[in-house]
Design a protein around this ligand. Structure first.
Ligand SMILES: [Zn+2]
Length: 74
């Protein structure tokens, strides 16, 4: 089974909102993707921050809060 930690981001732009999602880890060396719970879309960390109304950020992962205790397993 794969562990998918729960993540959330709060956009800091004028239309910022809180979005929840799950961290989807590809195999080692591949890019991390986040599935948003509202659409079920696969997003890059930068897209996930934008989805929450945040702007272009240099380090999107720093804006994303990981909550391992809320992990789900598939
Ligand atoms: Zn969404």
């Amino acid at each position: 089974m794969d562990e998918m930690p729960c993540v959330s981001v709060k956009g800091d732009g004028p239309n910022g909102r809180k979005i929840d999602g799950f961290l989807y880890k590809y195999r080692k060396g591949e890019e991390v993707r986040i599935v948003c719970v509202c659409h079920g879309s696969f997003l890059t960390p930068a897209e996930f921050v934008k989805h929450a109304g945040g702007g272009n950020v240099t380090h999107p992962l720093k804006h994303i809060v990981v909550n391992p205790s809320a992990s789900v397993y598939f």
